[in-house]
Design a protein. Structure first.
Length: 332
């Protein structure tokens, strides 16, 4: 992967990627020492712009990928902040839905090593992304090259968006978001949708397939089950152990274990979102899925070295340097 990668060829005058997913304020509460359950812990609290869909969109925009975000924001100060910061990063926000309620809030508790202990997601605003709201954005979706869905979106809207995209030859990529919300992928597959890529972690994979193990054989078997249901590429996130990518092509299963890039952990929040954005940026620039996944791995490494959910250092040049084993930039 060397500079410059080929430019992205858009489909007509339209963003290359449309992301339909969550946007919220991230509240990160980090302990200053070892976590002691059942009592108060000394710590620090930071807030930043977040949401799986929004994070993916901002990372893509920072990687010079034209990206439109379809999400729901409250008519409040948190919504104003998200609009301002996302717009400044280059995300196309002309298609958002503004609701009279509160903007979503994601509150995570992480330990002194930056690892998440528990998180609460209050995303009721996303109920405004209905099938009708998706239909109103039909032309936007149909003229994209890739549609990214996160399962914060109500199931009927997920299915309608995937139907529009599939009918127009647009690749559909889906992030499960969490174990409770992974059912959205099951609903998509049950409705007959063919998906380009899904990105579960081990717990979400278990929810989707019933396969609970983490050996190579287990991962192959779980991925094969999703391939048979209509998923072309299954990219399983394994945290510090990297990731496992399985492709179904020409009737054969091809797999690769992708080791994590060396990085100094500051905060892992948003790493998976950056990884997905790096992967999509690679695909759009002509890389195959395995090479694109390695680009995504580098994006995750940049992100976990930042205290921000989306690293302010994220750009295409920095990403390629990291992927090629050159500079290691830190902003935390």
């Amino acid at each position: 992967m060397t500079l410059p990668l080929p430019p992205i060829s858009p489909r007509v005058d339209n963003p290359a990627v449309v992301v339909i997913g969550g946007a919220n304020i991230d509240q990160k509460c980090q302990t200053l020492g070892t976590v002691v359950m059942g009592t108060s812990n000394p710590g620090a609290i930071r807030t930043s712009s977040g949401g799986v869909g929004r994070n993916v969109a901002e990372n893509l925009a920072r990687l010079d990928v034209t990206t439109a975000l379809v999400t729901a924001l409250g008519d409040d100060t948190d919504g104003d902040r998200l609009r301002c910061e996302s717009d400044a990063a280059g995300v196309d926000l002309r298609h958002i839905v503004v609701t009279p309620g509160s903007t979503g809030l994601y509150s995570a508790v992480v330990n002194d090593a930056g690892e998440m202990i528990i998180a609460i997601s209050a995303m009721q605003a996303m109920d405004a992304i209905s099938a009708a709201a998706v239909d109103a954005r039909r032309a936007l979706i149909a003229n994209a090259r890739i549609l990214v869905l996160d399962c914060n979106v109500p199931v009927e809207a997920l299915v309608r968006a995937a139907q529009i995209a599939s009918g127009s030859g647009v690749h559909v990529v889906v992030d499960p978001v969490s174990v409770p919300k992974a059912a959205g992928i099951s609903e998509l597959l049950a409705s007959g949708m063919a998906l380009h890529t899904v990105t579960p972690n081990l717990d979400e994979l278990h929810e989707l397939t019933g396969v609970a193990g983490s050996s190579r054989a287990d991962l192959c078997a779980a991925a094969a089950q999703l391939h048979a249901a209509g998923v072309a590429n299954v990219w399983i996130r394994l945290g510090v152990n990297g990731s496992f990518l399985s492709l179904s092509k020409d009737g054969a299963q091809r797999v690769e274990m992708i080791a994590a890039s060396p990085a100094t952990l500051v905060d892992a929040t948003g790493a998976g979102d950056a990884m997905l954005a790096g992967y999509i940026a690679g695909l759009l620039r002509g890389l195959d899925e395995f090479a694109a996944a390695r680009l995504g791995r580098a994006a995750a490494a940049i992100t976990i070295e930042s205290r921000e959910t989306v690293s302010p250092l994220m750009n295409l040049s920095t990403l390629l340097d990291r992927a090629n084993g050159h500079a290691e930039a830190h902003d935390g």
